[in-house]
Design a protein around this ligand. Sequence first.
Ligand SMILES: [Zn+2]
Length: 305
Amino acid sequence: MNQDTLHRILFQNAPVKGELVQLPNTWQTLLSTNQKRHYPAAVERLLGQMVAASVLLSANLKFDGSLIMQIHGDGPIQLLVAECRSDLTVRATAKLREHITVTDDMGLKQLINGNGQAHFAITLDPNDKMPGQQPYQGIVPLDGDTMAEVLMHYMHSSEQLDTHIQLASTHESCAGLLLQKLPLHGGSNTEDNAHIWDELNHIAQTLSDDELLNTPSDTILHQLFWQYPIEQHTIQDCQFGCTCSPTKVSNMLTMLGKEEALSMVKNGQVDVACDFCGQEYILNEAQIHGLFEPDAAQKAAAQLH
Ligand SMILES: [Zn+2]
């Protein structure tokens, strides 16, 4: 049985939905593809929380495309990216500044926003983009001490929806729980609804990080919410997956421009490794020239491996 699943629940007679994700195998695959870098524990923890969050948010929006969470940090972490596609394949990467010390007790602020200059964006890149259409991007204020707090504030201010988010990550796994109060429709009893939300939210907060990471999903949902009938319960598999390709590498080099692309040539070739999965793409000098000469371009693309 795949342990990496997203459970989605909708409570009966209560305008509240929930999501629970556990990603032990996805996280192990992701870390092993990033192995060359060996992230310090504090960085790994934050990245794992962001990976779990990307799945929760992607599923929450139910939109057809990629959800990309990206932080440009001003501290030890220069860049943190987690991406989840609508089929729940995820990839992620972290880039650290050189010659810095990261201690185990460093939290979100010290890692990315020590000087208040960090930039956090969530991008929604649809699959069926119209020509020239730009992806939607929302700026996330870094308001909170943890990734979960920052995202709860964001959901509250951007969607006006009360949301509870818990994120947990260790070297072994990462996981997340989301509970959200849905907008009310006509005829509902507002007071009762507020009451049920308060109860469910309170119960959700009794879950420890250790339980979230290590107790089977079905058991967690039963232990927390057995008193509340569930109307819908769906389960979807999650896994690691990278979308890099020779075409994307060629496009990236083309966008850099001929001069810069050629400046990357070493020993007669350009060696590009994917930041997310480590896959190497090698182009020789003739192929680089081919990218900038339309006639030769097709030939070069055909030779690319
Ligand atoms: Zn890749």
